[in-house]
Design a protein. Structure first.
Lengths: 420, 277
């Protein structure tokens, strides 16, 4: 406004003023960015960095290059068809002796054992029995004499496949795939191929919980949206209180309720409905009950706000035009709730597939979802590569769904900017 | 029954009654676990069944006298308060900045800032575990506070941004034109008006940290175990009535947080209603 005023009065000063305003605006934008920057840097260190680190672990292949560097170098021009030449055997003998002296044989053998079960023994026994460096030119015969596995091209192919610096081994493993001796991608052996089932189970449970939340949440949201404000606010407490109650408290409470000596079984026995306690927990049923309970508010709240915005005039108009209540509900009301149904369902599904605590506490061995296996490989067997690869697949699925969710609810609304 | 949804015909009335009955059952389902566990914590017996043999406060006494539970309560408080303060500072600054920043990268930055809410807990926890272990931040308060701050800040940004959206920037401009420095304008004009929003953000942040268990599971040493973490082990081993006492204490904290939040929301709505639009 100032610009226009000055421009009218005295044209020559217009340019510098415009530039000054521009500069002021640029300073303002710079200040705004400076306010956001600390949080971005903080998240870089405490969130983005760690996630990137996890993704890096899923492709990082450092163990064999670090412990058997000369062998890796000698195998770099190996054709993979026949046994490697004498040079590679001599390099391996040298590397193994050095690794044994440094106490690092276990690092390489752990990694190689993922490729061929039993490699740990091969490597350990070879390192142990190789007292002195073989005479020049005899390394091949010496090693094969110590352990016949060295005469098998698969043993060498395993080392070459783990030669780094990057590997697709863990990602393929997370998808029940592996590479055969010739490096072609094939199905993993049946006893290792469990992850597709785990992912399928995760999505099945996620889908089931979402469906249950929708069925249970829809009438509640409808009721809350159509009651007078006073009463609906009061009833809203029944939704918000569980929402705010600790996840651990609710999970613990379900165990108390559902276990074989629990409140529900005792009650049913007292009523004479059953003689033997029902198995209500540490199985799929318990997982569905507890997870539906935890996630139900995430369905009710978006449904409620969508239904609240639907004008009753539409239903009255439909009725006045002769639609039966069922038709009016199905053709007029229901379509208008779809954005809420979509948002609530996606939200519940996204949260459900990442669940760890609840299934871990109320599920049986056959009800553990993908998060359980990520935690298991991280802390129990310390197979960080596989843990990270499984995490990468789950992260990808979650982010794809989150993008769809963002599009659905126009996530950018959150900070549309202050009133100007 | 609502004026705008007065059922007229018999079938409409039947549908409405069905809705009421179904909703009542769902409300019972929602409240049952909390209501069932409360009386058990006051039981004088050691078994978690009804009818209660008698009333006693022995499990609360047990809780208060147990060094393990008390340490976990103290840890939850330390980590909760520290990460609330840190996330309030970072989140409020970022919200103020985001509200004025105009750039095509804004949606991307916003997605990054809000992403800790969406990413599954285990992935965050595993990533932090890999990242913090080599630099000695696992098994420390600092590591847990940093992690919980990252998880809590999105809620602060969401709440504070929503408040700023209804804040009239002309008030800040008026303050500036009357000679207030940006800092004075913030403290004397902006802050008092967005205070309820900030308080809600702080409550959200505290609740997030107070309830978080997955990151704690991976990163806490025995000295940093929080209340939910202690409950996790308790449930794993066997559920003693002391856990129900801990659960009731946790729920009481939740109720206080919820009630405060509700009061703030009401106050805010009243303020908005009174101010000319």
């Amino acid at each position: 406004m100032t610009a226009a005023f000055v421009a009218g009065a005295d044209a020559p000063t217009e340019v510098p003023l415009k530039r000054r305003l521009k500069r002021a605006e640029r300073a303002r934008q710079f200040k705004a960015l400076a306010l956001v920057l600390p949080l971005l840097l903080f998240l870089l260190f405490t969130f983005l960095g760690p996630i990137a680190g996890m993704l890096w672990h899923s492709v990082d292949d450092w163990e064999v290059p670090k412990t058997l560097p000369h062998t890796v170098a000698a195998l770099s021009d190996w054709n993979g068809k026949d046994l490697p030449d004498e040079k590679a055997f001599a390099a391996l003998a040298g590397d193994l002796q050095a690794a044994r002296a440094a106490g690092t044989v276990a690092i390489a053998s752990k990694r190689l054992n993922y490729v061929i079960n039993g490699f740990r023994t091969t490597l350990a026994s070879t390192a142990r029995n190789l007292k002195t460096a073989p005479e020049p030119g005899t390394a091949k015969d010496t090693l094969i004499a110590v352990n016949p596995a060295w005469g098998d091209r698969a043993t060498w192919a395993a080392i070459k496949s783990a030669s780094g610096p990057l590997t697709s081994f863990y990602i393929l493993g997370a998808l029940d795939l592996t590479r055969n001796v010739d490096g072609a991608i094939v199905a993993a052996p049946a006893e290792q191929a469990i992850y597709r089932d785990v992912f399928a189970r995760t999505f099945t449970i996620g889908f089931g919980v979402t469906a249950l939340c929708l069925i249970l949440g829809f009438p509640v949201a409808y009721l809350l949206a159509n009651l007078p404000a006073g009463r609906s606010n009061l009833l809203m407490i029944f939704v918000l209180l569980p929402f705010w109650t600790s996840l651990l408290v609710r999970t613990c409470a379900w165990i108390v309720l559902l276990q074989s000596e629990g409140v529900v079984n005792d009650g049913l026995r007292w009523l004479g409905v059953i003689d033997e306690p029902l198995r209500l927990i540490y199985n799929r049923f318990g997982v569905y009950v507890a997870m539906t309970h935890v996630l139900l508010p995430f369905m009710i709240l978006p449904l409620y706000s969508t239904m609240k915005a639907i004008s009753p005039a539409y239903m009255r108009a439909a009725a006045s035009l002769g639609a039966s209540p069922v038709t009016a509900f199905r053709r007029i009301y229901l379509p208008q709730t779809l954005p809420g149904v979509g948002a609530g369902s996606l939200l519940v599904f996204i949260l459900a597939i990442g669940y760890y605590i609840t299934p871990a506490l109320v599920g049986g061995a056959a009800d553990q979802m993908i998060s359980y296996f990520i935690a298991f490989y991280t802390t129990e067997t310390v197979n960080w590569g596989l843990a990270s690869a499984l995490g990468a697949v789950l992260l990808l699925a979650t982010l794809l769904l989150a993008v769809v969710y963002g599009k659905l609810v126009h996530g950018q609304q959150v900070t549309g900017g202050m009133k100007n | 029954m609502s004026a705008n949804h007065a059922p007229r015909t018999t079938s409409q009335r039947a549908a409405w009654i069905t809705t009421v009955v179904a909703s009542t059952l769902v409300f019972i389902f929602l409240m049952a676990p909390i209501l069932a566990i409360m009386p058990l914590s006051f039981s004088s017996g050691a078994y978690l069944t009804y009818p209660l043999p008698g009333f006693s406060l022995r499990w609360y006494q047990d809780f208060l006298n147990s060094p393990r539970w008390m340490l976990s309560l103290k840890n939850s408080m330390i980590i909760g308060v520290a990460s609330t303060i840190l996330s309030m500072v970072l989140g409020t600054m970022a919200s103020l900045g985001l509200a004025q920043w105009k750039s095509k990268f804004k949606p991307l930055v916003l997605a990054v800032v809000l992403s800790p809410v969406v990413v599954p807990g285990v992935i965050t926890a595993v990533g932090l575990y890999f990242f913090f272990a080599p630099i000695g931040l696992t098994g420390s308060y600092a590591g847990l506070i940093l992690a919980h701050t990252a998880l809590a800040t999105p809620f602060v940004v969401i709440t504070v941004s929503a408040t700023l959206q209804s804040f009239d920037m002309n008030l800040a401009r008026a303050a500036a034109s009357l000679g207030a420095s940006p800092l004075v304008a913030f403290r004397r004009v902006i802050l008092p008006l967005i205070l309820p929003g900030l308080a809600s953000g702080a409550l959200f942040a505290f609740a997030t940290s107070f309830d978080e268990v997955v990151v704690v599971l991976f990163m806490a040493g025995p000295e940093q175990r929080t209340l939910p973490r202690e409950m996790f082990s308790g449930i794993r081993e066997n559920i003693s009535p002391t856990i129900t006492a801990a659960a009731v204490i946790l729920t009481t904290v939740s109720v206080i947080l919820l009630a405060t939040m509700e009061a703030l929301r009401r106050r805010n709505e009243k303020l908005k209603g009174n101010l000319p639009g």
